[in-house]
Design a protein around this ligand. Structure first.
Ligand SMILES: NCc1[nH]cc(CCC(=O)O)c1CC(=O)O
Length: 313
C-alpha cells in the first residue's frame, strides 16, 4: 500500500502512548503512518463517567473514522460500548497487556496493610463494590481524571491509595509506583481491560487486512470476546459493577491430547451490594457463547439473591 494511513487517537498521555505502539508496529511492517489527535467530550468534561455515559471517549473517534478524517482508530477496548458500530470493522486486537488492577498507595502499602478508614480513590462502581466486599473497612472515595492526576492525589496526601488499571500505568512507564498488583480473586478487572481495539472502515479491506495480519492476536481476541459477551448480556455498560476475566488455559481432549480452552470468571454486584461470582470453561472458538452462558448464570444467582433478601424482609 502506498498511501499514508492516518491513525486517530485521543490526546491523553495514555492514548498517545498506546497509539504510538500501534504506529510503531505498522511502520515496522513497512506502512506509512501519521498520528492524528482527536479531542473527545470525555476529555473535556470532569463529570463522573456514570453520568456522561459510555462512549464519551470513543464516539468522536469513531465518527472521524467513519467520515474519512482518519483511516484507523485506536481505543482502549474497555471504553467501547458493547454495541457493534456497523460502519466499522474491529480489524485487530493486539496482544493484551496484564489485565489486572493495581494499587498505588502511600508509603509502599498493600491493600491488606492499609489501616481501616483509609481513603481509597476510584470512580469505578466495579472497583468500589469489590473493595467494599473485602471487608477491610476502607473508605471508597469517588475519583476521576487521568492516570497522572489520580496518582498525584496519593502523593499530595489527599488520598491513602488509588486503584487503577495496571496496563495504563505500564503504558506510561510508571510501574515502579505500583505498590500491589491485585489478584483477580480479590478484584476482577473490567471486561477487556488491558486490551486495545483497532478499527477501520468496514469497506476498507486493504487496511483491514494490514491491521489484522500485523497486529491481531487471536488468544487476546477470544478472551476479550468472552468477557464482552458477558458484559453485553448483563446489559451493564462500562461503569456498572461487572468484572470479568478470561484466560487461555491448557486442557486435555477425549484422546488425552493438549487443547487450548477459555476459562472465564465473572463477578457482579447484587442489589444488596453482595458480590455474585461464577466461572466456566469453554472452547476458544465459542468465546461469545461462553460469555453469554456465564451471564445467564450470574442473572440466575441475582434472582436467587433478590428472592432471598425479600424473604428476609
Ligand atoms: N476508563 C479509563 C481507562 N480506560 C483504559 C484504561 C487503562 C488501560 C486499559 O485498561 O486498557 C483506563 C484507566 C483505568 O481504568 O485506570
Amino acid at each position: 500500500m502506498n498511501r499514508t494511513l492516518r491513525i486517530g487517537t485521543r490526546g491523553s498521555a495514555l492514548a498517545l502512548a498506546q497509539t504510538g505502539h500501534v504506529a510503531d508496529a505498522l511502520r515496522a511492517a513497512g506502512a506509512d503512518v501519521e498520528i492524528v489527535t482527536i479531542s473527545t467530550p470525555g476529555d473535556r468534561s470532569s463529570a463522573p463517567i456514570a453520568e456522561i455515559g459510555i462512549g464519551v471517549f470513543t464516539s468522536a473517534l469513531r465518527d472521524a473514522l467513519a467520515n474519512g478524517e482518519i483511516d484507523v482508530a485506536v481505543h482502549s477496548y474497555k471504553d467501547l460500548p458493547t454495541a457493534r458500530d456497523p460502519r466499522l470493522s474491529l480489524a485487530a486486537v493486539p496482544p493484551r497487556e496484564d489485565p489486572r488492577d493495581a494499587l498505588v498507595a502511600r508509603d509502599g502499602l498493600t491493600l491488606g496493610e492499609l489501616p481501616a478508614g483509609s481513603r481509597v480513590g476510584t470512580g469505578s462502581p466495579r472497583r468500589a463494590a469489590q473493595l467494599e466486599a473485602l471487608g477491610l473497612g476502607l473508605e471508597v472515595v469517588p475519583l476521576r481524571g487521568n492516570v497522572d492526576t489520580r496518582i498525584r492525589k496519593v502523593r499530595d496526601g489527599e488520598l491513602d491509595a488509588v486503584v487503577l488499571a495496571r496496563a495504563g500505568i505500564a503504558r506510561l512507564g510508571r510501574t515502579a509506583e505500583i505498590t500491589e498488583t491485585l489478584e483477580p480473586i480479590q478484584m476482577l478487572p473490567a471486561p477487556a481491560q488491558g486490551a486495545l481495539a483497532v478499527e477501520c472502515r468496514v469497506d476498507d479491506v486493504d487496511t483491514e487486512h494490514l491491521l489484522q495480519s500485523t497486529l491481531d492476536d487471536s488468544a487476546s481476541r477470544a478472551a476479550v470476546a468472552a468477557e464482552r459477551a458477558l458484559l453485553a448480556a448483563l446489559e451493564a455498560g462500562c461503569s456498572a459493577p461487572v468484572g470479568a476475566l478470561a484466560d487461555v488455559v491448557e486442557d486435555l481432549d477425549d484422546q488425552g491430547a493438549v487443547v487450548h480452552r477459555l476459562s472465564l470468571r465473572g463477578v457482579m454486584a447484587a442489589e444488596d451490594g453482595d458480590l455474585l461470582r461464577a466461572s466456566a470453561t469453554g472452547d476458544l472458538t465459542a468465546a461469545e457463547e461462553l460469555g453469554r452462558a456465564l451471564a445467564a448464570e450470574l442473572l440466575d444467582l441475582s434472582g436467587l439473591a433478590a428472592a432471598r433478601s425479600e424473604g428476609r424482609s
